[in-house]
Design a protein around this ligand. Structure first.
Ligand code: ATP
Length: 710
């Protein structure tokens, strides 16, 4: 606001009428907008009811609750979310963050004091200029200002420094808290495989937490400082140009703020949507990186380009829509908050000068000394500018608050889901069983499930355990079998019949819906998947994963001993080829499929568990090396649970658990007959039912490798 002395004449005679007119206009806009919102809501409810009640709060047929859609905005829900997040960011009065907040408060007060000082200082400099007082001008503008610029500069930069430090501290607290939850047990697995409320946990953990922390650190200064400023400058202004003046100014801003809030689109919701779209876009790219070789073999670049471009287009459309809205909203915003406010300020500043009825000690009474009027005007306009800026910042903080509400909603959803999943509650969109086409979001609480887990050494017993997928599909109604150490078991059946699902239940990855599972402590079970996981780190880390080098040494595994394990799986040559045990590479790219599988077997021998779950983990290994590895497993006393279609593996197992893919299974001892069948290929001497099953499997393209499937 420029300190100009022009006045909208006539306005000063009817200030009450002007404000009343403005208030009426604002109230009218708010009411119309509320009516439009109500109409829209009613239409949405009608549509939802017509579509069969999707989104209604009724309980679904199986008693699980349908998931409710979340609103994003500055409301009660936002405050509840914030109440949960704040104690994570500021754990106590003695915390570093509380200290930083106290420092920030001190700096903000110093900054306000400097603003007050500077308004008065400016007035005296202007007076020195107007009265042509050279000595006073030099004393003020050169000496006093020269001394004050250092504290001003220090205070301003301390403000930025403290806000940055606070943002980083908040981020540190939130990220570590999230990591503790996310990487606790198998929460990270459940969050992406069982619960499907969160699509891009990586983006939430990296970008969204960062933005939330950044916004939160600014919010304090953006709200606390303007509030202090409003109080101080309103008092100063009241003394200078009349007590009602600051109230008119604040009243104006308040009403225009309410009007803007009513008119503004829900930017908080749009921010949350934008973050989600960004996450989806990043995900399409990370998929290309993760599967680059497969895509390259398929010549799938065009297809992938279509996918990434589609995802990117969604962002472009959304962002374009939002900035167009921001443009229209910004025009209204500037007119209401900036220019109309400037007009009001001109009027209030000039009023005591033009109208003796409003003259105060500081303005208007000393008409004999025009330099005093200039000094007072300059100082008072400084106060008014500061007051207006403070109120303006509060209004903008209100708008930023809606954006902040978007980040708060996403971060708080992450923590809610983490908490739920840890407690055994999950929500997911499930395909309705009846028609197979419609989907519905359901909340499943696994805390009250009847399934029981008993820890016992040397045995794995399934007693009447249903194999149920997280989508609630029943694969096997009741599975019962018992395997003790030394009773290796081969598991077979068509694709999708539930072989891996059995392991997921055994490994506590999936909830146990019923029955009893008796098994040893998890440290005595070891899983080797078809696609082995290769960690970031040295070659040694691949063999001893998830142990560290220190743990391996403590277990008595020197590099020489590890080399013996590597030689066992015919990988001794890798040490030289890859530059030693301490070489760090992207192992998923460097090793071939078979080499990866053999590294995973070396890892199994390193851990030497009681039971090993081998899920087609040697499919890329030649039969002779595979045989050597299985023999070694038997020799060192590892009991195997093997999923494989290779008949050659029968000889390393004592039992067979066979699923037919239609909910039935067979658990029996393997005999001489099975070995003969394996030797001659299946189909010889088999029951009619088994042959039929295998014919069906073959028809479904379920044959594995080059051999006849079991
Ligand atoms: N995370 C999941 N959520 C919902 N359903 C799943 C999930 N994982 C697997 N399923 C479903 O469970 C069923 C059994 O899958 P599973 O992986 O156990 O099959 P499988 O017998 O090991 O098959 P394959 O021989 O092809 O590996 C499949 O129909 C699959 O779609």
């Amino acid at each position: 606001m420029a300190p100009v002395l022009s006045l909208p004449f006539g306005l000063h005679r009817q200030p009450k009428k002007t404000l009343a007119g403005l208030s009426f206009f604002i109230a009218f806009v708010i009411v119309r907008r509320q009516q439009a919102r109500n109409r829209r809501r009613a239409r949405q409810q009608q549509r939802a009811a017509a579509a069969g009640g999707a989104g209604s709060s009724e309980k679904s047929r199986d008693g699980s609750s349908p998931v409710k859609a979340r609103r994003v905005g500055v409301d009660k829900h936002f405050l509840e979310q914030l109440k949960k997040l704040l104690p994570i960011c500021i754990p106590g009065f003695a915390s570093k963050e509380a200290g930083l907040l106290a420092a920030l408060a001190t700096i903000l007060i110093a900054r306000t004091w400097l603003d007050v000082y500077f308004s008065a200082f400016n007035g005296s400099v202007v007076k020195a200029i107007v009265s042509r007082d050279r000595k006073k001008f030099i004393a003020k503008a050169v000496i006093e200002f020269g001394m004050m610029m250092w504290p001003m500069s220090i205070v301003n930069n301390s403000l930025k420094f403290t806000i940055s430090a606070l943002a980083l501290s908040f981020r540190e607290r939130l990220t570590k808290f999230a990591h503790d939850q996310y990487l606790d047990g198998i929460t990270f697995y459940k969050i992406s495989n069982i619960d499907n409320r969160i699509q891009n946990a990586d983006q939430l953990l990296t970008q969204d937490i960062d933005k939330f922390a950044e916004n939160l650190s600014h919010l304090y200064s953006d709200i606390a400082k303007p509030i202090v400023d409003v109080i101080i400058f309103a008092m100063k202004l009241g003394q200078a140009i009349g007590t009602e003046a600051p109230f008119y100014m604040i009243g104006y801003f308040f009403m225009s703020g309410i009007a803007l809030r009513a008119i503004s689109p829900p930017f908080g919701k749009y921010t949350a949507q934008e973050q989600k779209l960004e996450g989806d876009f990043r995900f399409t790219h990370s998929r290309i990186i993760a599967h680059s070789e497969e895509i390259a073999f398929y010549n799938g670049a065009e297809r992938e380009k279509e996918g990434v471009n589609n995802s990117f287009e969604k962002i472009v459309r959304h962002v374009r829509k939002v900035y167009t809205m921001r443009f229209a909203n910004g025009i209204l915003d500037s007119v209401l908050v900036k220019y109309c406010a400037t007009m009001t300020a001109y009027y209030l500043l000039a009023r005591p000068v033009f109208d003796p009825a409003y003259a105060t000690e500081h303005m208007g009474r000393v008409s004999a000394d025009p330099t005093k009027i200039v000094e007072d005007y300059s100082r008072n306009s400084g106060y008014l500018v500061n007051l207006s800026q403070a109120v303006g910042r509060l209004i903008l903080a209100g708008r930023d608050l809606t954006r902040f509400a978007g980040y708060t909603s996403r971060v708080s959803e992450l923590f809610d889901v983490l908490e739920d999943v840890k407690k055994g509650r999950y929500e997911r969109t499930m395909v309705a069983k009846e028609d197979g086409t419609s989907t519905q979001s359901k909340c499943v609480d696994t805390t009250g499930l009847k399934g029981k887990v008993v820890t016992q050494d040397g045995v794995i017993i399934f007693e009447k355990v249903p194999i149920v997928t997280p989508n609630n599909d029943l694969l096997v109604k009741e599975l019962s079998f018992k395997v003790t150490t030394g009773m290796s078991c081969l598991i077979s059946g068509p694709n999708g019949c539930g072989k891996s699902s059995l392991f997921r239940i055994l490994g506590d990855l999936w909830p146990l819906f019923g029955g009893t599972v008796t098994k040893p402590h998890p440290s005595k079970l070891f899983y080797v998947p078809q696609k082995p996981y290769l960690a970031l780190g040295t070659f040694r880390d691949q063999v001893i994963y998830p142990d560290t080098k220190a743990q391996a040494v403590a277990k008595g595994f020197s590099d020489d001993k590890l080399f013996e394990l590597l030689s066992m799986v015919h990988l001794g040559y890798l040490i030289e080829r890859e530059g030693g045990w301490d070489s760090v590479q992207d192992w998923a790219d460097v090793l071939s499929g078979g080499e990866k599988q053999r590294v995973a077997m070396a890892r199994l021998f390193y851990h030497k568990p009681q039971f090993a779950i081998l899920d087609e983990c040697t499919s890329a290994v030649s039969i002779d090396v595979e045989g050597i590895m299985y023999e070694h497993a038997q020799k060192v006393g590892i009991t195997l649970f093997t999923v494989s279609h290779r008949p050659s593996l029968i000889r390393y197992h004592e039992y067979l658990l066979r699923f037919d893919g239609e909910g039935h299974y067979q658990f029996r001892k393997l005999g001489q007959e099975d070995l003969q069948q394996a030797a001659f290929g299946f189909g010889h001497g088999k029951s009619k039912k088994m042959r039929k099953l295998e014919d069906e499997e073959r028809d479904n393209g379920d044959e594995a490798d080059t051999e006849t499937s079991i």
